[in-house]
Design a protein around this ligand. Sequence first.
Ligand code: PAF
Length: 287
Amino acid sequence: MIILRTVDDVRLYVSEQKGRNASIGLVPTMGALHAGHISLVEQAVKDNDVVIASVFVNPTQFNNPDDLATYPRKEEDDFRLLSEAGASAVFAPSVEEIYPGGVEAQAKHEFDLGRAAEVMEGKYRPGHFQGVAQIVSLLFRIVTPDRAYFGEKDFQQIAVIRNMVKSEGIKVEIIACPIKRADDGLALSSRNALLTPEQRMLAPEIHSALKESVEYSKAHSVQATHDSVVERIDALPEMSVEYFEIVDARTLEKIDEWEESPWVVGCITVYCGKVRLIDNIAYRLPN
Ligand code: PAF
């Protein structure tokens, strides 16, 4: 696996690969890789001739400086895992390489991300999706991939990236890959490494509450289902639900009745101590 540190190196590598007609898959990551990321790389390896993973902790998508400072960084392990999973190259630039002169020096561009970016994460993390759109669009322009891979744990992020691609007129196929979970059900996340052993033991309750609420939802209203999940998680020590919204998966708008959409998803964010965990579950799926 080739390690690329500069935009020029990536452009050269990509033009060589396109010169031999190779299809290119991109797996954007912020490192601290786990089996969820690796499943994206594996899918990309199946679909493309060449797979480029990026490892870059993007400062512009963090609205909380502590979160940026404590975000786990494990470059050596990441490179080993990517290589074992069959990635052809990794792009691991410095902040200066991506944002020359610093983040503040960048020309301001307001992305049109639609309503999908205003709800849930958009409400609780102002500016987050503009930062995601900034880095992902930059990566798309540098790598010019045929396909790009994202995990469904960040369900809303995928919707926002699809909107960004449309409004920016970028030609790339966005591939959504299923959530990977630990054996106890906890959705894999780089942030799980920040949990204390006690918090790690409780965190799978998020998925248990969501999973059991799917059965409950068959005989109860949207509101009752919502409340049952929030009450169960909030009753646990150190756990606090920031939001739980049951939404139409196509628009991310809240629903009041199950019949409002053939595709309904519940999206949750829970503080487990200081660690912010997100997860989601499908209540209704289109045929
Ligand atoms: O999902 C992530 O890890 C990040 O938001 C992404 C897409 C790599 C952009 O920094």
